[in-house]
Each structure stands twice: as structure tokens, then as C-alpha cells.
Write a protein of this length. Structure first.
Length: 249
């Protein structure tokens, strides 16, 4: 039997405990509007949400009449997604680097800094899988913090709380590898757990070069509102298209 995908340490069972509270309803509506705009979405279209987490985006799109398939390696987060789900959203336990899905999609999402937690070869595999899953003319949307702006205000320590539970993080940036290395202390129910992970902080030019090399075309860069990206934009969205003609990779 194929090996079951394992959740990344950064997205263990307590991920939703600390992160869900930091996205307002207004901000989520803005994200859905931006996805709709850049993805050229209309009711009845199909979206593949890679690393969908607890279904924040997938359920929101499904409520707008979009057919969504969400893939994630965390059964815990998928259970939340299903409990809070919409009939238009289907959730599958799987690996974003090799999603086992049927049919083709109008849009593939790699949203909310979901790329970069493994090796660069894994990120290439994820984008290659996205290309294969798209219809000719379909759109890829990759969203993350905008490193041009974020890198100038990099914070070496962050802390989040939920009641008496605390998530403490110490961050270090390796400019040679373009990696943020994070050490975490998670205190839940009075019990402390420590772990570490890294995330590749891609600049938009790097993502553009990768997308073009893999076979995407019409690559553009946008901010969190879907407008043209600027050096001071807070979030960045890379948009790319599967060409209308040509063989699959």
C-alpha cells in the first residue's frame, strides 16, 4: 500500500487552535473576492485547493457556488473542514505533491503560504501536479506573505495565545538558502512541546521562473486585493495559466 501522507510539524493538531482567531470575517471575504477575481471564477466551476487545512477557503468558495476539492495531509484539520463544510466541498486526505484527484480543474490554489515547507524539489512537484490538474487555460494561484515587504520588517520572535495556551516562536532567516528557520514552543493544557521547522521564503521572481520552467504561461503578480503587486504590498499572489495548446508535462 502507498505510504500515507503525514502532516508537517508546523500544522499539527494545535494549528487551528492558534491561527483561526487571527483571520477576521472581513479579511476572509476579501480573500475569496481576490480568488474569484484572479481565478475568473463563476458558479459551477471546479477548484482544487492544495493544503486546504481546516477548509477556511474551500468552504467559503463552495458557499459561492464553486465545486471545490480540498487536499490536506492532516486528518485533524480535514475533520474540522468536514464538520463545518458545505455540500459543494469535498475533502480528501492526501499529499499536495501528488494529489489523487479525478477530472480537471478551472483553478488550482496553493494559498496562505502553503508552499515552501519541504524541499525545493517538493515545491516543484506541487506546481507540476497543479499544472497536470488544470484544464487548458486554467489558472494557478499561489499566495503568501510578500517577502519584499515582510523581509524588511522580519520579527525574530512572535507569540500567540488562546486562553491559557501559548504558541511561542523564535525565527531566524538564512539568506543563502532563502529559508526562515523557526523553533516553536507550544504550551497546551500546561504541557510544553518543542519542535522546529523551516519554510522557504520565495520571492515572486523566483516563483515566476519556476512556473515558466514547468510550462505555465501568462504569469502575473498581484496583491491581496488582486491589484498589481508593489514593493510595499503585504501579501503576494502569483497567477499563472496552463497553456491552451500543448501536451501535458
Amino acid at each position: 500500500m502507498p505510504e500515507q501522507p503525514q502532516p508537517h510539524p508546523a500544522f499539527e493538531a494545535d494549528y487551528d487552535r492558534f491561527w483561526r482567531r487571527y483571520r477576521s470575517e472581513k479579511a476572509e471575504v476579501q480573500e475569496l473576492d481576490t480568488i474569484g477575481l484572479l481565478g475568473e471564477l463563476s458558479p459551477g466551476m471546479r477548484v482544487l485547493d492544495l493544503a486546504c487545512g481546516f477548509g477556511r477557503i474551500a468552504n467559503g468558495l463552495a458557499a459561492r457556488g464553486i465545486e471545490v476539492v480540498g487536499i490536506d495531509s492532516s486528518e485533524h484539520l480535514l475533520e474540522i473542514a468536514r464538520q463545518e463544510g458545505h455540500k459543494g466541498a469535498t475533502y480528501l486526505h492526501g499529499d499536495m505533491r501528488d494529489p489523487r484527484v479525478d477530472g480537471e480543474f478551472d483553478v488550482v490554489l496553493v494559498w496562505s503560504t502553503s508552499l515552501g515547507y519541504y524541499e525545493e524539489s517538493d515545491d516543484e512537484a506541487t506546481l507540476s501536479a497543479a499544472l497536470r490538474a488544470l484544464k487548458p487555460g486554467g489558472r494557478l494561484l499561489v499566495e503568501s506573505r510578500h517577502w519584499d515587504a515582510f523581509g524588511r520588517t522580519f520579527d525574530g520572535y512572535t507569540e500567540k495565545s488562546h486562553g491559557d495556551d501559548v504558541l511561542r516562536e523564535w525565527h531566524h532567516y538564512d539568506p543563502l538558502l532563502g529559508r526562515q528557520v523557526t523553533e516553536q514552543e507550544v504550551v497546551v493544557g500546561g504541557r510544553s512541546t518543542r519542535r522546529a521547522y523551516h519554510v522557504r521564503r520565495y520571492g515572486i521572481p523566483e516563483l515566476r521562473s519556476l512556473a515558466v520552467r514547468l510550462g505555465f504561461d501568462r504569469v502575473t503578480a498581484h496583491d491581496e486585493h488582486g491589484r498589481t503587486l508593489t514593493p510595499t504590498s503585504e501579501r503576494a499572489v502569483l497567477r499563472a495559466r496552463r497553456p491552451l495548446a500543448g501536451a501535458r508535462p
